[in-house]
Design a protein around this ligand. Structure first.
Ligand code: C2E
Ligand code: MG
Ligand code: MG
Ligand code: MG
Length: 292
């Protein structure tokens, strides 16, 4: 009987595994074609300066519209792209597209904004990354000061000499470097000391329970002070409520990003926001400020 039961469990287990593997292989197969089939799209989420209430930049975030699978989240397909090496083609596409779009907005007379593009570890460790960034900027005509690269702490963990060298080369091109999801990886203060980082992005897990959680509030305010003392721009990710926004303003966080202002938007929706919506952001902030 035990044997019988064991066998059933085993079958149940393999059939689940089979589904998972089949699903993963399907995703992998479709992902391989996604760029050439034009299924990838960049959405843009505004970053808002808390002092002026103005949009000062935006983060470019990949969206994959597969005709059969519908919308697939980057948290699902980026890891697959990373493991299979497809991230190199995908990441290059995102870089070119973000720079091209930003330049085209500038030429259309929209306010000049800085675009942030996420770099995966695999991309970052390509020896020709600085060269690639250089030609993409030249090709699209975007001035380097309008491009920001978001990297995670884990990138800084290994191959220290190469990493420093890459960062210095990127800095000498004139682009900005941000440390994304700060506080969730293998954080070390020596990274902040040793690497040329311009912005620190506080991960949204430290923001989401403010003001209810005194611990998170203390961690967030300490991160803000740390970044400011090191002359870095500090950005809060995942800001959703007025209370969180008020807290960040009171603690002199420079920039905020999150659903309170806007979700990541398609190109046309983002254009609408920067043409018409700037006033609303300023007003929302002013009202907040008056409440204390
Ligand atoms: P990330 O770089 O930390 O991006 C921020 C994520 O938080 C985005 O998820 C964004 O939609 C979400 N978010 C923004 N505001 C809020 C908020 O107020 N509340 C909540 N709950 N979430 C918010 P998304 O677009 O699903 O992207 C997930 C991750 O996928 C990104 O995290 C990034 O690590 C990766 N990713 C996206 N696009 C690219 C890309 O072009 N290249 C690479 N290498 N990675 C990318
Ligand atoms: Mg990011
Ligand atoms: Mg992040
Ligand atoms: Mg994140």
């Amino acid at each position: 009987q035990a044997k019988q039961k064991g066998r059933n469990n085993y079958q149940f287990f393999t059939s689940c595994m089979h589904d998972a593997i089949a699903n993963r292989l399907t995703l992998e197969k479709y992902l391989r074609k996604a760029v050439e089939l034009n299924e990838m799209e960049l959405f843009y989420q505004p970053k808002v300066c808390l002092e002026t209430g103005r949009i000062m930049g935006m983060e470019a975030l990949l969206r994959w519209n597969h005709p059969k699978l519908k919308l697939i989240s980057p948290t699902e397909f980026i890891p697959i792209a990373e493991e299979t090496g497809m991230i190199l083609a995908l990441g290059e596409w995102a870089l070119v597209e973000a720079c091209r779009q930003t330049k085209s907005w500038q030429e259309a007379g929209l306010p000049f904004l800085r675009v942030a593009v996420n770099l995966s570890p695999n991309q970052f460790h390509q020896p020709d990354l600085p060269e690639q960034i250089r030609w993409i900027l030249e090709d699209t005509g975007l001035d380097p000061q309008w491009l920001e690269l978001e990297i995670t702490e884990n990138i800084l963990m290994d191959k220290t000499a190469d990493t420093l060298n890459t960062l210095q080369q990127l800095k000498s091109i004139g682009v900005c470097i941000s440390l994304d999801d700060f506080g969730t990886g293998y954080s070390s203060f020596s990274y902040l000391k040793g690497f040329p980082i311009d912005c620190l992005k506080i991960d949204r897990t430290f923001i989401q329970d403010i003001p209810r959680s005194p611990k998170d509030a203390n961690i967030a305010s300490a991160m803000i002070r740390l970044a400011r003392n090191l002359n870095m721009i500090v950005v809060a990710e995942g800001v959703e409520t007025k209370e969180q926004l008020a807290f960040l303003q009171n603690h002199q966080c420079h920039v905020a990003q999150g659903y309170i202002f806007s979700e990541p938007l398609s190109v046309s929706a983002f254009e609408n926001l920067i043409e018409k919506g700037r006033y609303r952001l300023v007003k929302a902030l002013k009202e907040e400020g008056q409440k204390g």
